[in-house]
Ligand binder design. Structure first.
Ligand code: NAD
Length: 357
């Protein structure tokens, strides 16, 4: 028996998605569709050569800005804005993960330039109207259609080089979007369907990728799952899990995807008593009575980090983190309680099996 139908609002996001092997070669067609000729290609320093292969067919007007970095610090955005202004740029092409895409969004927010996103991780930022920016040690997030990329090109070939360990944590980052979508206060039946399919695609593909990172079918399924999970993140509000990850990432500069991998089982365990219908879906998809324990076991199976300590969280940061989580808290089906949150973070710090109480 499926869940009863209740009132809902569904709002589709205005963007074009091009999915398939070799589709990066279509970027000049997409530029022409947008009526643009002078793009700036945004990437991290590590992906400059990948950006050059996309830039090469676009001619001399294509500029590359390769200083994108995690959590979109304001200083880098200001430098990129100066480069955009001095080169007469009329379109932004982000190639890379959430860091490159985040910088393009931050520029688009301030310039209204159109964006083409070519994601190479599973983080999902390319299909969201969300931008997180960091300044003075705090990460602030805003939601506005001004930052939603007009075009997304998914080309599986660009994900083949994604290291296994990062493929796993990035895939779990995607999974987290879909898990939280199952109990979002502004959820709807379409997003619930997308979430279940997204979780299934990630859970089926990641174990295969760990064994053979060059398995194209598994890479295609993971990228498809990433799109579905990202669509969940872009369409409805997230809850405790995403708040915790934003706080920990912005405050302690923890690696984004690994933080999601560590926190997801614990945040789900915390919220579980208040979200019975979502837990029923997860029990079905993850084939476990306690989906939060199954997610922890999945981390172990895939070799993902399971403790905050192992990814650089300072032990004495837990109290500060709890205070920041409680400040401007996201809506969560189970209310946020200081003592319970502290216990949750202590377990996550130690890498313990999550407990739902
Ligand atoms: P990332 O973009 O920082 O990439 C991590 C590293 O992997 C980088 O060095 C990058 O160059 C490298 N890399 C990426 N793709 C590669 C590939 N195919 N082959 C080899 N190396 C590759 O990591 P991420 O997890 O994708 O993004 C994290 C950032 O994105 C954070 O700042 C996070 O807040 C943001 N984010 C935002 C949203 C949103 O909707 N606004 C969603 C998810 C993540």
């Amino acid at each position: 028996m499926t869940a009863p139908i209740t009132d809902f609002i569904y709002e589709g996001l205005p963007h074009r998605v091009v999915f398939g092997r070799g589709r990066r070669l279509q970027v000049s067609d997409e530029l022409a569709r947008l009526g643009c000729r002078s793009p700036m290609i945004i990437c991290t320093p590590e992906q400059r050569s990948m950006a050059q292969t996309v830039a090469a067919p676009l001619g001399e007007t294509a500029q590359i800005f390769s200083e994108a970095t995690m959590h979109t610090p304001l200083g880098v955005t200001e430098k990129a804005l100066a480069a955009v202004a001095s080169h007469g740029v009329d379109c932004l092409i982000a190639i890379g993960g959430g860091s490159a895409i985040g910088l393009a969004k931050a520029i688009a927010l301030r310039t209204d330039l159109p964006q083409i996103a070519i994601p190479t991780t599973y983080a999902g930022s390319e299909v969201t109207p969300i931008l997180g920016e960091t300044s003075e040690g705090e990460k602030r997030t805003q939601k506005t259609l001004k930052v939603l990329p007009e075009v997304v090109i998914y080309d599986v070939d660009l994900t083949m080089s994604l290291p296994v360990a990062f493929s796993v944590t990035s895939g779990i980052n995607a999974l987290a979007h879909a898990v939280e979508a199952l109990y979002a206060q502004d959820g709807n039946p379409i997003i619930a369907l997308i979430a279940e399919q997204g979780i299934t695609a990630m859970v089926e593909s990641l174990p295969v990728l760990v064994k053979n990172p060059l398995d194209v079918d598994a890479r295609l399924k993971a990228q498809y799952g990433a799109w579905l999970c990202g669509t969940c993140l872009g369409s409805i509000g997230m809850a405790l899990h995403h708040k915790v990850c934003h706080v920990l990432g912005g405050t302690f500069d923890l690696p984004h995807a690994s933080t999601h991998a560590v926190i997801l089982p614990h945040a789900l365990a915390y919220t579980a008593p208040a979200i019975t219908p979502a837990i029923q879906v997860l029990q079905r998809v993850l084939k476990s009575e306690q989906p939060w324990v199954a997610l922890h076991a999945l981390n172990v199976e895939l070799g993902a980090p399971t403790s905050l300590e192992s990814i650089g969280m300072p032990r004495d940061g837990i109290e500060k983190a709890v205070q920041l989580i409680l400040k401007n808290a996201y809506k969560n089906p189970r209310p946020l309680e200081e003592v319970a949150l502290t216990g949750m973070l202590e377990r996550a710090y130690a890498g313990a099996v999550p407990v739902s109480e």
